[in-house]
Design a protein around this ligand. Structure first.
Ligand SMILES: [Zn+2]
Ligand SMILES: [Zn+2]
Length: 134
């Protein structure tokens, strides 16, 4: 389905063809830092199915895999919009909190449960991984 979204100030807008019904909940500390939230809710889209209007700023660091992960945010308001993991070339990971309709997203799996805050319990009979999946 078509997903639209953008940052808090509106300088960055995007639209994508994506399936938000099996989002990844990531509890890793890097996602906590980047999103400013207790956990990240993430939907992967193919880059060619994604259009972004507006300029992003990018922070690059090494992910747990040892490969770089690019984290994109709005330079005006700081909203964290997307990640680009070096392990998945061609894919962009959107942060569900920036969707115009975040309620479209449903959790499909949890990863890095080891780093989850003790009071977070995601409902549903979904796969849960202590660290990265696989
Ligand atoms: Zn903004
Ligand atoms: Zn994470």
């Amino acid at each position: 389905m078509e997903i639209t979204g953008g940052c808090l100030c509106g300088a960055v807008r995007y639209r994508a063809e994506a399936d938000p019904t099996s989002a990844t909940i990531c509890h890793c500390t890097d996602c906590q830092k980047f999103t400013g939230a207790a956990f990240a809710t993430l939907v992967a889209v193919a880059k060619e199915a994604l259009t972004i209007d507006g300029a992003l700023k990018t922070f690059s660091s090494l992910g747990g895999s040892g490969k770089p992960i690019l984290r994109h945010f709005c330079p005006s308001c700081g909203s964290s919009l997307a990640e680009e993991p070096g392990t998945r070339p061609g894919m962009m990971i959107l942060n569900v909190g920036t969707f115009d309709q975040p309620a479209l997203a449903k959790p499909g799996r949890e990863i890095f449960r080891d780093e989850a805050l003790s009071w977070i319990h995601v409902e549903g009979d979904i796969p849960r991984f202590a660290k990265r999946p696989g």
